[in-house]
Design a protein around this ligand. Structure first.
Ligand SMILES: [Zn+2]
Length: 224
């Protein structure tokens, strides 16, 4: 599937990190591109990884409601997380997309252009692209923090991309507000989930089905 996001390569510093002492968190920032004709559009995205130490008795960042010491700390592998929209906690990294076909693209484009939570980085007849910034947009020294993307292709197909289930839920809720436009149900696709083996420290993949994550209501998993 076409991805609107990139999953950055794990930095070498992982060798120095305590594999059982916390999470890696993936961040995406938007920055204006000074070399572009219009520096504000399209701009560029910067991906970063940070290390988040977590005490065993603290709430696990995966959102299970259990303590870290009774949850992800006990796993033989480490799953990265990414911050939820508005920085309300974290979600397990689980790249996914939802595709809506045969949409009223003109009306949807107009609606999304008016949404202050979204920032448009490209606007052509073939492709309109928005990034979820939230309201207010959260600025950092690296740029504005991005929480997911919406792409309108050829004024007919809407593709929503997110790195985690909580992010996807927020994006789908945002689209659901335009219920008068009668969006058809989406086709949802999940990518394999990258994890890091705690023993070998190497990257490996889990199939999406093993994510064990809650699915937002109204979701349909595409049949293979
Ligand atoms: Zn956990």
């Amino acid at each position: 599937m076409q991805q609107n996001y990139t999953i950055p390569t794990l930095p070498d510093v992982q060798a120095d990190l305590d594999m059982n002492g916390g999470f890696l968190s993936f961040w995406t920032y938007w920055q204006p591109d000074p070399a572009a004709l219009d520096p504000e559009m399209p701009g560029s995205k910067l991906s970063m990884i940070t290390y988040l130490p977590v005490a065993p008795e603290a709430d696990c960042l995966c959102g299970s409601g259990k303590s870290y010491g009774r949850c992800c700390q006990t796993l033989p592998y480490r799953r990265p997380v990414c911050p939820d929209p508005d920085l309300q906690g974290y979600g397990l990294l689980s790249p996914q997309s939802a595709t809506f076909r045969a949409v009223d693209g003109a009306a949807m484009r107009e609606r999304l252009m008016d949404d202050v939570r979204l920032y448009c980085t490209e606007d052509t007849p073939d492709r309109v692209f928005w990034t979820l910034w939230g309201e207010p947009a959260l600025e950092s020294e690296y740029g504005i923090i991005c929480f997911g993307d919406i792409e309108l292709r050829h004024r007919r197909t809407l593709v929503v991309s997110a790195m985690s289930a909580p992010r996807m839920a927020v994006l789908l809720d945002l689209l659901a507000e335009a219920d008068d436009l009668e969006l058809p149900g989406p086709t949802v696709e999940h990518d394999p989930i990258q994890v890091f083996d705690k023993r070998t420290r190497e990257r490996r993949e889990l199939p999406p089905q093993r994510a064990g994550e809650r699915k937002p209501p109204g979701w349909r998993r595409k049949r293979a």
